[in-house]
Design a protein around this ligand. Sequence first.
Ligand code: LIP
Length: 288
Amino acid sequence: MNEELREVAVAVALAAGELVSAGRPDRVEVASTKSSPTDVVTAMDTASEQLLRTELARVRPEDGFLGEEGGHRPGRSGLTWVVDPIDGTVNYLYGLRAYAVSVAVVRAADPAARPDPATWTVLAGAVVDPSQGETWSAALGGGARLTDARGTRALTAPTGPELGQALVATGFGYDARRRAEQAAVVARLLPGVRDLRRVGAASLDLCSVAAGRVDAYYERGLKPWDLAAGALVAAEAGAVVTDFAGAAAGGHGLVAAARDLHPHLLRALADAGAGDPGVDDTGTDDGA
Ligand code: LIP
């Protein structure tokens, strides 16, 4: 079944990816804002989510749906589709190429409740990067794959360098106080690693860990839809994905790294204060 779910995730993510890339106007307007003035929504975010919601309701009518823009609709099957219609919306707004459509299906611990990364099981997922023509996918127990113009290949994450040689990706939230905390962590971590990368789309950062394009990625404050599919791609490729304490990842923290690097990075992040109590730290992964 997980392979069938992977195919559904890939098919609907490709359709939404085509919509947002072919339909991108030369000048993208901000339609509205959410948690802060820099947390923007474009008309394409909404159109992409509507396409995903409609297609998934057609092919999987019993399943639930949780989308970044439209919230949660419970299902009857015990499975819920968790979608980010455009991950990297600010990049999309500015015409930068690093944006993706992320689609995952999860089995939540409590089928009636809003799916929570700390307790859910991701069964399958797909991340479509229209600009690169790349489709990343994974099925629980079925491995991770990358499909591009050269064909489809299985992904196996490298074991990783020692910390001082590690190329680490990270990200910053939409809350200015949170960004100040994240900048302080970066200032403490940076001298101890090779370098940092800020791509602007968690789903692509996680897939880059799976492919060894970076050695690690960490971020705090992610929403369920930012991490659902990419975390499975990274884990199925053999990387380790946890929170700052080595437990299940979620909005309170996510660290994805090559297997041998992960414990060393966890220690360095703890020393840098990445998991310390901070702004807006409600402990819940409530995205809306
Ligand atoms: C983005 C994440 C990214 C984070 C941004 C933003 P969005 O998601 O993918 O990792 O640093 O602040 O949350 O808002 O483009 O879906």
